[in-house]
Ligand binder design. Structure first.
Ligand code: HEC
Length: 90
């Protein structure tokens, strides 16, 4: 189980650095960014690679501003938010 403090940190980082493109609660604003609700929860390596080094033109690299611990926290937040959303559906 991920640590709640880690999810909390991930949520703060998400709010500051990712939300403007990926939307509140991972709900993309529709501006062409990847829908993080669909990101495979069993692929932390792909997550790290994309967040640290960016992807195509749209997704910026973050390796100058985020630590590996930050990326772990962001991934924990993304997976926890996916699960919370699923729990809310019938
Ligand atoms: C400037 C807008 C922008 C910001 C800021 C941004 N993203 Fe993205 N992100 C994108 C776009 C656009 C894509 C789609 C890239 C593509 O596949 O062409 C994307 C894709 C992704 C993907 C999927 C990559 C894959 O493997 O297919 C992940 C994961 C992701 N972003 C996480 C994050 C996280 C975490 C943050 C905050 C640290 C963040 N993004 C900040 C625009 C952004």
């Amino acid at each position: 189980m991920p640590d709640p403090a880690q999810i909390e940190l991930g949520g703060q980082l998400y709010f500051q650095m990712c939300r403007q493109c990926h939307g509140p609660e991972l709900q993309s604003s529709g501006a062409g960014s990847f829908d993080l609700r669909q990101f495979p929860p069993d692929d932390p390596q792909r997550f790290r690679e994309s967040v640290m080094h960016g992807k195509n033109d749209g997704m910026p690299a973050h390796d100058d501003i985020l630590t590996n611990e930050d990326v772990d926290a962001l991934f924990a937040y993304v997976v926890a938010t996916q699960q919370a959303r699923q729990a809310r559906k019938p």
